[in-house]
Every structure is written in structure tokens, then in C-alpha cells.
Design a protein around this ligand. Structure first.
Ligand code: 5AD
Ligand code: SF4
Length: 443
């Protein structure tokens, strides 16, 4: 039987979907294209209204397959599943499985049961009081880049955010389990590891912690023989320890790149959001980071039109973005989420105002991205090649990879040599709008 997994949302979901695919393959199922699959799994995101809507339109499309063939079925997992739960069964006849973040561990076995028992529907929505370790079935060789989960959930309850409700309280994974997984991955060919969590900087600080801090974990993972690159995401500015900042200067394999969500440049809005830092504190972190790692590529998340945001507040966000000089940012219009504090706040910002502010912010970001990218021209860096590039020119083969700062680099090369998974030395020769062009150097 063939299965197909759809993934929305963050890297945690990508990581979960990868695990599902490996586990189902180990049980004898075959991964297939949408048109040929019998089992569909959707890993959903509810962080904003838009990704949530996409889930419903996809479910509509899958229902049209079910109308023709009642043997197919759908499992819905992730954040929307946690939020809507068993109500999916009432609304959608083709949904026979719903699972939350902790319940995913049960999914591979559940699929076999659902096939055997056609009238059965199953839900796994409970939060466990521990980090549920998953059995791993690794292939003989892994791609060069891998994600490793180090924690689940979040305790911050920022006023706009649904994650603490959909992913539950913060639960750190044991440092031993993380290190074992990282070592295994490196032995299977992985060169770059990204440690994942909703708020990695508070790793180990919940009651599931085993005494190892995030900074210590970074040092231990970085020491794994054969690991070439280490990254982590996502960080909360209020929790970033001095030792973690220092690690950017001390650990050679820790890439000079940090995603540090700012959300707003106005102290008044930051307070309403419950972010627990000020713009001044954020700028101090940026200064300290640049002292130990002058080349660090900083990226961020920003929300425009949070309830009560005035033109003056928005202006302060623009100023901050310019002052920090972010390489890149993900910016979003504030979107009401069910049950979060901001949903009940007054002075909601009009849609047209949000649209205008987002456009202004994104225009500024384009300018800053161009500026940073053009400063890369002439630099020599290492690029980890992900595979052939979409860009192919008149018989010339292009490879696509990422430099140490995480920027996309396209590199012309010959087609008789497969560079996938290779870490190559490259000279940056041109800055494009969203990527760089590099030239391969010998040796
Ligand atoms: N509305 C808009 N953006 C949001 N984000 C989280 N919740 C909301 C919301 N209700 C954004 C934040 C976060 C990113 C993952 O999504 O910027 O960092
Ligand atoms: Fe979306 Fe957040 Fe859930 Fe990730 S954790 S899937 S970003 S709501």
C-alpha cells in the first residue's frame, strides 16, 4: 500500500513527517505521489489562520478521492489536529485518524490496525507527562543535513500564540538520547545538524531537564567527530544565555547564523505581547553576538498589526529592523487565534492597515537583504550542496546549497560529478534577489 504525507508549518513538523515516512517504510509501506496513494497523512499548522485554512481545502480535495474509492483514508496530525480533535470525524467521513504531537509515536502501528479494521477510527490526542522517545528506523545512508528534536512544547504563552495549547508544556528530551541520535546520524553520513525546539534556549530548564544546559548541549554535540556544521532554532531572546552567545565565538562548527524572533520593535507592543524583553535588551544581545562573531547572519520573525499597534509603534519596528540590519525576516499580519490572550484584546488593527504595514516592512527587508547579500560578493565560504538547482542554463548544470550563514547559493558545475551532500569551497561572485551565485574553488 502507498502512503503520502503532506506537511505544513515549521521545521518541527518537517522533522515529524520525516520520522513518519521512515517508520512507515520500515513497516513495509511504500511512499507514493498524491495520485497513487491509499493512505494520506497531513501534518498541520495552526499558528495563523492561513495555514489552517489550507488544511481544510486539502481535506476537501482528498474527500473527492474518497467519494470514488472508499478504501482510502486520511490521518490528520499536528497542531490543527490537537486543536480540533475528534470533531474532524464528524465533519469528514474520510478522516479515520487524528493525532497530536505526543500521539504521533502511535501512528505507524495505528495505520496497520486501520487497514485491518475498516470501521475503526482512532485518536491520540493526550499530552504525556514525559518526552515520548520514538523508535528510529534509519536508512543505510542519510542526506547530509538533518534535524534533531531536543524538546517539545512551550511555556511562554506569548499573547498571540497558539503553540503552548497545541504543543503542550515544555518537555526537554534527555541529553543522552539527543547525543546518541546525533552520533548515529553522523555515522550515517550527516554533516550538518539543526537542533530543534520551540524555545531551545530554555532547554533543560523544565522539570524534565537532566542538568545539561543548552550551552553545554551545544558543546557536546559540536564535539562529535565528523560533524561539520551545527545550527539551532528557534530562540527566544529573553532566554539566550551568555554561554550560548560565547559559543558562536568558541565552537568552530557552530554556523554564524541565528534566527532570533523580534516580533515588534516597540516596547509597548512587546509588553502587550508578553515577550519579556525590551528593544534595548534585544540590541544588547545583537551587539554581544557581533562582538564574538562579526559575520553572524541574523534573521527574525515580525508581526504587524498586533492589537493596539499604532503608526508610531510600527515606525519603531521599521527603525529596529534597519538598525539591526536583519539579513532576512519572516513577517506576518497579526491573525486572531482561538483561545489566546490577544484574541480578547481591544483596538484590533484594520486589515487594510495590516496589509499596508506588511508591504512597507517587506520592502525595507528586501533592501536590507540586497545590502547584506551584495556584501557577500568576493567572500570565500563553504557550501553544503543539497542537490541539483532548479536553475539550469544552456547545457550548464547548476548545484544548489547553503553557505555557513544559511544563504542559498547556486553553483555552476559539471553534470558528470554528483555534488549532492558535498561540502565545497566556493567564492561568491554575484548577489541575486534571494540567493547568491558562487564559483567552486579547488581543494
Ligand atoms: N499572528 C501572526 N503571526 C503569528 N506568529 C505566531 N502567532 C501568530 C499570530 N497569531 C508568528 C510569529 C512566530 C512565527 C512562527 O509566527 O512571528 O515567531
Ligand atoms: Fe505551526 Fe507552531 Fe504548530 Fe509549528 S508548532 S506547526 S509553527 S503552530
Amino acid at each position: 500500500m502507498k502512503f503520502h504525507v503532506f506537511t505544513f508549518g515549521c521545521q518541527m513538523n518537517v522533522c515529524d513527517s520525516d520520522w513518519l515516512c521512515r517508520s512507515l517504510t520500515a513497516l513495509g509501506f511504500e511512499q507514493g505521489k498524491e495520485e497513487e496513494a491509499d493512505i494520506f497523512l497531513i501534518n498541520t499548522c495552526s499558528v495563523r489562520e492561513k495555514p489552517e485554512q489550507k488544511v481544510y481545502s486539502l481535506l476537501g480535495r482528498l474527500q473527492s478521492y474518497w467519494n470514488k474509492n472508499k478504501d482510502i483514508f486520511v490521518g490528520v496530525g499536528g497542531c490543527v489536529a490537537q486543536q480540533i480533535g475528534k470533531k474532524f470525524f464528524q465533519r469528514f467521513p474520510h478522516v479515520r485518524l487524528v493525532f497530536g504531537t505526543d500521539g504521533i509515536v502511535m501512528v505507524p502501528q495505528a495505520i496497520s490496525r486501520l487497514i485491518r479494521e475498516p470501521d475503526l477510527r482512532l485518536s491520540f490526542l493526550d499530552f504525556e507527562d514525559y518526552y515520548p522517545e520514538r523508535e528510529n528506523h534509519w536508512p543505510e545512508k542519510m542526506p547530509a543535513q538533518a534535524y534533531v528534536n531536543i524538546m517539545q512544547g512551550c511555556d511562554n504563552f506569548c499573547a498571540y500564540c497558539i503553540v503552548p495549547y497545541t504543543r503542550g508544556r515544555q518537555k526537554s528530551r534527555s541529553s543522552k538520547a539527543i547525543l546518541d541520535e546525533c552520533r548515529t546520524l553522523v555515522s550515517l553520513g550527516v554533516k550538518e545538524i539543526t537542533l530543534l525546539g520551540q524555545n531551545v534556549n530554555s532547554y533543560g530548564l523544565d522539570r524534565f531537564g537532566d542538568g545539561v544546559s543548552f550551552a553545554e548541549l551545544l558543546c557536546q554535540v559540536a564535539a562529535i567527530d565528523g560533524l561539520k556544521r551545527l545550527r539551532f532554532t528557534t530562540s527566544h531572546p529573553k532566554d539566550i544565555a551568555d554561554e550560548v552567545i560565547k559559543a558562536f565565538g568558541d565552537l568552530p562548527c557552530l554556523c554564524p547564523q541565528l534566527h532570533l524572533p523580534l516580533q515588534s520593535g516597540s516596547n509597548r507592543i512587546l509588553k502587550l505581547m508578553g515577550r519579556k524583553y525590551t528593544r534595548e535588551e534585544y540590541l544588547e544581545i545583537v551587539d554581544s553576538l557581533r562582538k564574538v562573531c562579526p559575520d553572524i547572519a541574523l534573521t527574525t520573525d515580525l508581526i504587524v498589526g498586533f492589537p493596539g499597534e499604532t503608526e508610531e509603534d510600527f515606525k519603531q519596528t521599521l527603525e529596529m529592523v534597519e538598525q539591526v540590519g536583519f539579513e532576512n525576516s519572516f513577517s506576518f499580519k497579526y491573525s486572531d487565534r482561538p483561545g489566546v490572550r490577544a484574541e480578547k484584546m481591544h483596538h484590533k488593527v484594520l486589515e487594510e492597515v495590516k496589509v499596508r504595514r506588511l508591504a512597507i516592512l517587506q520592502e525595507l527587508q528586501e533592501k536590507l537583504t540586497q545590502k547584506s547579500y551584495s556584501q557577500r560578493v568576493g567572500k570565500v565560504d563553504e557550501v553544503l550542496v543539497e542537490g541539483p538547482s532548479k536553475k539550469q542554463d544552456k547545457g550548464m548544470k547548476f548545484w544548489r546549497g547553503r553557505d555557513s550563514g544559511g544563504r542559498v547559493v547556486n553553483i555552476p558545475g559539471s553534470s558528470d560529478q554528483d555534488l549532492t551532500g558535498e561540502l565545497i569551497r566556493v567564492k561568491i561572485v554575484q548577489a541575486k534577489k534571494h540567493s547568491l551565485l558562487g564559483e567552486m574553488l579547488e581543494g
